[in-house]
Ligand binder design. Structure first.
Ligand code: DGT
Ligand code: CA
Ligand code: CA
Ligand code: ZN
Length: 575
């Protein structure tokens, strides 16, 4: 077992122990053990072979033995017994917002509840509200959480779905029987989450393509195996559809199965207005004739052109006004990944990142970036090892020296991700904030304020003259945590009025602010910054997910600060 798999098991042990109500010291030891393993730089095999695991701070004898056993045998009796001793329903309840291990234990111990269904029943009867430490509010929150869990249960983050889809698409393209292959559906439209993967292939010999697809190693179940359509469930729970069409139908099918449904409806209406019926099979003149018009349409561009429209990028096909825009040559030139010259909101080992300043700098250089901003947490985020004033100023100095040394071509910028305190005040004083290049302000605590309080809190932070940009506007964690209560429009207006940026947090679980808001916000004059919120060198790559969402939000290069060259960015900061 590799270190990440072992770290996964240690975190699970921590959760199970907490669910059992064990001594906090005990489960925290596993939690921190997992974190240590994740950020381990030395080779685990080497450490085990040389018996040096216990020399790492935070890994005692007992923990070392378990890590060693997992590493060598892939098994651990202690873990297996623990899993057996905790009802799986309790573990599932951890997904419900507002229900931590402590509360789950209370629910289990007092009412004998060990499944989500029973939890729902108890809520219906009002029993949860009566438990000590719960109350009406938290019961309502649990009910909402159960609902969300059902709604979200079947969806997946775009980023992880795309990683799964990549090799499958490459495999399809490599098959001799395949002329063309593309992914379609929400994956191609770059939605923040996807329900299932859709693949489309042009081939006049579907059989071997279907057989290859349903026979993939990663397929755990074949749910349909037809002549031209197959569906499978992949390991990890994702479902995937494959459709094979004759080559001359490919363009029409690609457009149809890319969707969205609403966009398709509008496109069919438009075709009808022009006297044609548009389907996944082709275009047919409405006036009786059965003849299909497909000879001269070999790309989506040509299909749109036939309907007197400019090409509409898949990201925009959401019936958000894209057809009107395409009619009037007003599809914007959307931002592209290659436009990005650097990013601002990233973490290092100084707070809760897993890589050092220099490792981040070197990774940014590999990405070809002109600048890399570091914005570690501030002191109020003690759970994320937030920096004190002294540590921040020390980091500013470190960054200055590193820049001066000329060791990296990427220029480092010193920022901070400064907590917005519950009152809307910032976690650092003006005199400290004046010493960094820019200030990202974010909420990391007291999420439960009312809409008015939260909105006022954030607006107050935006009014601080030192604030440069607002981090992860709503705090949502896709598929896991709802946005906090806030009035997004009021905040956008305040940002524009105060000349502040709202970031597009590109972490695949956040993608916050939501793409649906960007078009109108940018029209009001809001400036965007795409930030990966990276906690590792790998995490810098999340900027790609941010570019997707910016494109979905109709954003162009000039509406995004980090497409600008270094000099202009510095100029912007020193306004
Ligand atoms: P998902 O999978 O829930 O994330 O969303 P999609 O958009 O990938 O939806 P999916 O997989 O059900 O279908 C793929 C595409 O096929 C969809 O984007 C549009 C098209 N499509 C599917 N069903 C219909 C339909 O009933 N009417 C129309 N007009 N188009 C459909
Ligand atoms: Ca789909
Ligand atoms: Ca589908
Ligand atoms: Zn944050």
């Amino acid at each position: 077992m590799d270190k990440n798999a072992i770290a996964g098991i240690l975190s699970e042990i921590a959760l199970l122990l907490e669910l059992k109500g064990e001594n906090p010291f005990k489960f925290r030891a596993y939690q921190s053990g997992a974190r240590i393993l994740e950020s381990l730089e030395e080779d685990l095999a080497m450490l085990v072979a040389e018996g040096r695991l216990t020399s790492i701070k935070g890994i005692g004898k007992a923990l070392a033995l378990k890590i060693e056993t997992l590493h060598k045998t892939d098994q651990l009796e202690y873990y297996d017994n623990l899993v057996d001793s905790v009802p799986p329903g309790l573990v599932e309840m951890l997904d419900i917002p507002g229900l931590g291990a402590k509360k789950i234990k209370v629910v289990h111990d007092t009412l004998g509840i060990d499944t989500i269904e029973k939890l729902q029943e108890a809520c219906d009867k009002g029993q949860i509200a009566d438990l000590p430490g719960f109350g009406q509010k938290s019961q309502e929150k649990i009910v909402a959480g159960i609902k969300n869990r059902e709604a979200y249960g079947k969806r997946h983050l775009w980023w992880s779905a795309f990683e799964v889809a990549g090799p499958i698409l490459a495999g399809l393209k490599a098959l001799p029987a395949v002329e063309r292959a593309e992914h379609a559906g929400s994956l191609r439209r770059r939605m923040e989450t996807v329900g299932d993967l859709d693949f489309l292939v042009a081939s006049s010999d579907p059989q071997p393509v279907m057989d290859w697809f349903t026979g993939l190693d990663s397929v755990s179940e074949v749910t349909a195996h037809g002549e031209t359509k197959s569906s499978v469930r992949l390991e990890g729970g994702l479902q995937a559809d494959l459709r094979v069409v004759p080559p001359r139908q490919f363009v029409f099918a690609l457009h149809h199965f890319t969707g969205s449904k609403d966009h398709n409806v509008r496109m069919r209406q438009r075709a009808l207005q022009n006297g044609f019926s548009l389907t996944e099979w082709g275009l047919r003149p409405e006036s009786g004739s059965e003849e299909l018009l497909e000879e001269n349409i070999e790309s989506e561009t040509e299909l749109f052109r036939f309907l007197e429209l400019d090409f509409i990028p898949p990201e925009l096909r959401e019936d958000f006004g894209e057809i009107e825009a395409a009619e009037n040559n007003r599809i914007p030139h959307l931002v592209e990944a290659s436009d990005i010259r650097g990013v601002f909101h990233n973490h290092t080992t100084a707070s809760d990142g897993h890589n050092t300043l220099e490792e981040m700098a070197s990774a940014a250089q590999v990405l070809g970036w002109e600048y890399l901003g570091i914005a570690d947490h501030s002191k109020a985020s003690f759970q994320a090892n937030g920096l004190s004033e002294e540590r921040l100023l020390k980091q500013v100095e470190e960054i200055r020296q590193l820049n001066e040394s000329g060791k990296y071509q990427t220029r480092l910028l010193s920022g901070t991700e400064c907590d917005i305190l519950p009152t809307g005040e910032l976690d650092f004083s003006d005199s400290v904030l004046a010493q960094v290049d820019y200030v990202v302000v974010s909420i990391h605590s007291v999420f439960s304020q009312s809409e008015d309080e939260m909105t006022a809190r954030i607006i107050r932070a935006l009014e601080n003259p030192h604030t440069t940009m607002l981090g992860h506007l709503t705090g949502r964690i896709l598929l896991r945590r709802e946005p906090y209560n806030l009035n997004r429009q009021k905040i956008i207006e305040a940002a524009v009025a105060n000349g502040k940026i709202i970031e597009l947090n590109a972490n695949p679980s956040r993608l916050d602010m939501d793409w649906r808001l960007w078009r109108s916000a940018a029209e009001k004059g809001l400036l965007c910054a795409i930030n990966p919120d990276a906690h590792t060198t790998e995490g810098l790559r999340y900027y790609l997910a941010g570019v997707n969402i910016a494109r979905k939000g109709w954003l162009t290069k000039d509406q995004i600060l980090n497409t600008r060259p270094l000099e202009q960015v510095l100029g912007y900061f020193s306004r």
